[in-house]
Design a protein around this ligand. Structure first.
Ligand code: PHE
Length: 456
């Protein structure tokens, strides 16, 4: 182990740390989840709630995960093992790896649809499309059976070939190139959308402030969203932070990533809703918005065909960089805990993800090949999403907060998180208080609610 520790790769600078971590946070969640929920649940008021969730839960858990990764320089399971050898805490890591697989099974499928739509946009398939045709196109994509599987394979081939190049040559190089490009593309889409006639209604939808829409279920939605958005509770941030530079300002990185990720969600909302309203459409949530409304709306505007390519390209970047961080979790685990070579670990994981991912791809619609099979009343696609997002993520986050708040020695935590007292020493006590008392209480409530014990 000491030997492999010495050879362990890492990111080369603070900028690399920032782009890689942001690449994990920025994903499909920014494009179809966040803007829609913001508009639906009170605009500015929802943003305020989301912001409070970030401060009380998101940032403390992110910092805790950074602590676990950087202080141990291990994968999600090894980190717990190193800090508390031969204890049951390692199962928190095992659970995270399990949860990450479930996310990857359906996330790789949606990423495949996004790649396919980029391909269609380039091929000009959306020119002059009608609402009925947009619906029919998406319908045939989710029913498949062949094309969703083929595109899922293309996603995994892309992600795997980046990961095989390693942490520096793969993850760092790609995220440092793609994230700035992502920003340019999204701003381009914003400029076009905001200069359409009638764009104001879209801005109103996003930024109206309506406190009456903030109810307990909405608060829980904001909390869950902040977790999914910041890639927490799944070992992702533990794994990435194990590659951070030793002098990285962990507080600074956490705040910058959370802020930039929220900014991206806003920019995505500003690219989508002004256009949707300008063409007199109703905004819908989720996959429908991304795969039916966008092609329809963008294809109707001047320069629309170029914009569609830009949009699905930026969505592909978001999906790919998030996938990198997901797959790296089991890859690091297999390399460090099981002694696999990196290539072998990547290849085996790609095969496993594709095998189970096919279950998701073939069950995304009730008329798909496996659409009729259900477990606990849910098809595979929904089941993977439900168990990972609603159960494993909050439980994982809760356990991380409890571990860092009660098991880890305070002095060691302070030493690592403040870089030996050099950084944000004054903030440490506030962080420690929140992570011990507030974060676990809130996450426990989320968990009870999601399993139906408490109804808020
Ligand atoms: N944060 C990603 C998104 O918004 C999803 C994700 C969740 C990535 C968990 C890694 C781990 O799409």
């Amino acid at each position: 182990m000491a030997d492999s520790q010495q050879k362990r790769e890492g990111f080369s600078s603070g900028l690399a740390v920032f782009f890689a971590t942001l690449g994990s946070a920025v994903g499909l969640g920014n494009i179809w989840k966040f803007p829609y929920l913001t508009g639906q649940f009170g605009g500015g008021a929802f943003l305020l709630v989301y912001f409070i969730c970030i401060v009380l839960v998101g940032l403390p858990v992110m910092l805790s995960e950074f602590y676990l990764g950087r202080s141990t320089r291990r994968n999600a399971v090894g980190a717990f093992e190193k800090l508390k050898p031969h204890s049951a805490w390692r199962y928190t890591g095992v659970m995270a790896v399990f949860g990450v697989y479930l996310i990857m099974f359906f996330y790789s499928c949606v990423a495949g649809w996004v790649y396919l739509y980029l391909f269609k946009a380039v091929a000009g398939d959306f020119a002059g499309i009608t609402a009925a045709a947009a619906k029919a196109q998406f319908g045939s994509v989710v029913v498949g059976p062949l094309s969703p599987i083929i595109w899922q394979v293309i996603v995994m081939a892309t992600v795997s070939s980046i990961l095989i190049m390693g942490v520096k040559q793969g993850i760092e190089r790609i995220t440092k190139t793609l994230m700035p490009l992502f920003f340019i593309l999204i701003v381009l889409c914003d400029i076009r959308a905001l200069t359409l006639p009638g764009a104001g209604a879209g801005i109103d939808f996003l930024f109206n402030v309506d406190f009456s829409k903030i109810t307990p279920p909405v608060i829980l939605t904001a909390l869950g969203l902040s977790f999914f958005k910041l890639s927490l509770g799944m070992g992702t941030m533990v794994t990435y932070s194990s590659y951070f530079t030793h002098d990285n300002n962990l507080f600074g990185t956490a705040v910058k990533v959370a802020f930039s990720d929220t900014l991206v969600s806003m920019l995505a909302g500003l690219a989508i809703f002004p256009a949707v309203f300008s063409f007199g459409m109703e905004p819908g949530a989720g996959p429908g918005l991304l795969f039916m409304t966008i092609p329809l709306v963008f294809s109707q505007m001047p320069l629309g065909s170029v914009l569609l390519v830009a949009f699905f390209f930026l969505a592909s970047i978001a999906a790919t960089t998030a996938m990198l961080s997901l797959v790296e979790v089991p890859v690091a685990y297999f390399v460090e805990e099981k002694g696999y070579g990196r290539k072998k670990a990547v290849a085996i994981n790609a095969v496993v993800i594709l095998a189970f991912g096919a279950l998701a791809a073939l069950s995304a619609d009730s008329s798909a090949l496996l659409g009729k099979y259900t477990l606990f009343d849910k098809g595979f696609f929904d089941l993977f999403d439900y168990i990972s997002s609603n159960i494993l993520m909050p439980v994982g986050g809760l356990l991380v907060a409890l571990f860092v708040g009660y098991i880890v020695k305070k002095s060691e935590l302070r030493e690592e998180v403040t870089n030996g007292g050099a950084i944000a020493a004054g903030l440490f006590d506030l962080f420690y208080f929140i992570v011990r008392y507030i974060t676990p209480a809130l996450l426990f409530l989320v968990f009870l609610n999601s399993i139906g014990v408490v109804k808020l």
